[in-house]
Design a protein around this ligand. Sequence first.
Ligand SMILES: [Zn+2]
Length: 286
Amino acid sequence: VTLLGIDIGGTNARIAAVGDRGALLASRRVPTRGAGETLGALLELAETVLDGPPRAVGIGITGPVDAASGVVDNPHTLVGWPPTDVAAPFRERFGVPVAVDNDANAAALGEWWRGAGRGALRLAAITLGTGIGVGLLVGGRVQRGADGRHGEIGHHVLDPAGPECYCGARGCWESLAAGPALAHRAGGRDVARGVREGDPVALQAVAETARWIGLGLVNVGAFFMPDVVVLAGGVAEHFALMRPVIDEVLARHHRLVPTGFEVRQAETGDDAGAFGAAYAALRLAG
Ligand SMILES: [Zn+2]
């Protein structure tokens, strides 16, 4: 049985054929462009990764997205996209059920199914990329807001005097701890290279970013009480350097929280979203 998993981000879109036990059979990537062009390219790529009709299709997309209707309405990170039903083209092409969710929820499902979140009862999966996306799972089930939509934990405010965010607030977690903040602190250096070469500015930028990641995790811990937190995305590639700083911040702020939680680096890498979308598809197909 083959599932089709799709992950549409603001920069790239991935499509993968995934077995029903989580084997990655084939995957491809295209740059994200306008809505029609991107969905058209993914439909074409679907034929190249599949060797037969899929049992179901799952799509994770940078939100806000209505998981029930499949309509994404996100002018912030999908620039130039009108409100778009992303499920319809795949449902029409393949005649199978199509699951749609926020990309952070898809990444959380991917890490729970195949990655560092395996076995977690309460999993917070945090993707630190261009922004910060958070997916919360309890017993492998996505936790949603009162209207079924996705909470924006990346936009909880850590510093009201902090940098302006496109959401209208100042000092959101993602404006302090995501990729652009790290790049800004590094002053245009290639951070990965700077870290390898021991450049003090790059090392300091990583440590400062880790401190803000840790502070945000203090709040995630207090409100959600996870047993496992998984960090994914480009910023999390510095996990080994960041971990001591994060642990120190957590230890200092979490004396009242009765249970600690473990912070792990994601294991499925860039495939988490596509894996998770495939898993959502598998569940939908039953
Ligand atoms: Zn914000």
